[in-house]
Write a protein of this length. Structure first.
Length: 278
């Protein structure tokens, strides 16, 4: 059986729906799973008319901010679902996890675990996790939260899931992992999204045998998934690759393709995808 999985940071679902961008993606690509980040809305605030899909929403407490969702074809069985690591956090007795949680408190932007940033479903073949990783902010005021707390906690969660079955995780990781992943690496060495600390977070996924699917299949291709609104960045293709699909190593034989779809407009990000076959 073949599965088509797409991920897209829509930067406001209502706006993207109004532009017809999601409708175009579904009509052209017909994905089995569509993962969204930065939905910036609650389910009752959005008119979504896709009857062929099940909808799993995870909205931030703060209105108009963050949020993730997964749309799954009705014929795709969902064994379980989890929002914001709820089950993992309540059942985990690891002292290091408890220490991280004790420090993961409100800042002037909120609390990451109440911002609707992680949505997980379990399918018969794998866990599917979509994530909107906290941005370190232009002044790097959230870098410590990101590097010291969020990244280690999220990795622990993925490894816990992997004890049961393979994991696919996708979304906006807010980091360009290597120099090839952004147009101007030298100018951005200490900027949010390309700091040493953030890149170490991405590197840790690889060290724990998760596979960056696009880089595996396109080792030398310079292609981007996000562009700034400033300076005609998209028109000039001055972009960053910060949207990913990672898979457990055991899924590598099942990976057919990994693509970045920069032909789709409507957001400052474009969709990314993988195909798996079992």
């Amino acid at each position: 059986m073949k599965y088509s999985l797409y991920s897209w940071n829509v930067n406001g679902l209502r706006a993207v729906l109004k532009k017809g961008a999601i409708q175009e993606l579904l009509a052209q690509k017909n994905p089995d799973f569509l993962c969204l980040q930065e939905t910036k809305a609650k389910k009752n605030q959005v008119e979504v008319d896709f009857p062929e899909y099940q909808e799993i929403w995870n909205s931030a407490k703060r209105a108009g901010y963050s949020g993730t969702a997964i749309f799954a074809k009705n014929e795709q069985p969902i064994i379980s679902q989890e929002l914001n690591l709820t089950t993992f956090l309540t059942s985990n007795s690891d002292p290091q996890t408890a220490k991280i949680l004790a420090q993961l408190h409100d800042d002037r932007f909120g609390t990451p675990l109440s911002e609707g940033r992680i949505t997980t479903i379990e399918t018969p073949q794998f866990f599917l996790v979509t994530v909107y990783t906290p941005n370190s902010k232009n002044d790097l005021s959230r870098l410590s939260l990101r590097h010291d707390l969020w990244d280690p906690l999220f990795l622990k969660y993925l490894l816990k899931l992997e004890q049961t079955k393979p994991v696919v995780f996708c979304g906006d990781l807010n980091v360009a992992h290597q120099e090839i992943d952004l147009a101007r690496p030298k100018q951005n060495t200490r900027n949010a999204g390309f700091t040493i600390e953030e890149r170490r977070g991405a590197e840790n996924y690889l060290k724990h045998h998760f596979i960056d699917t696009f880089r595996l299949l396109h080792p030398n291709e310079q292609k981007y998934s996000w562009w700034s609104h400033w300076g005609h960045a998209r028109e000039n293709n001055v972009g960053w690759r910060i949207d990913y699909f990672f898979i457990s190593e055991s899924l590598k034989p099942h990976l057919l393709s990994a693509e970045i779809h920069n032909e789709f407009l409507g957001s400052d990000h474009c969709p990314v995808s993988i195909d798996l076959e079992f």
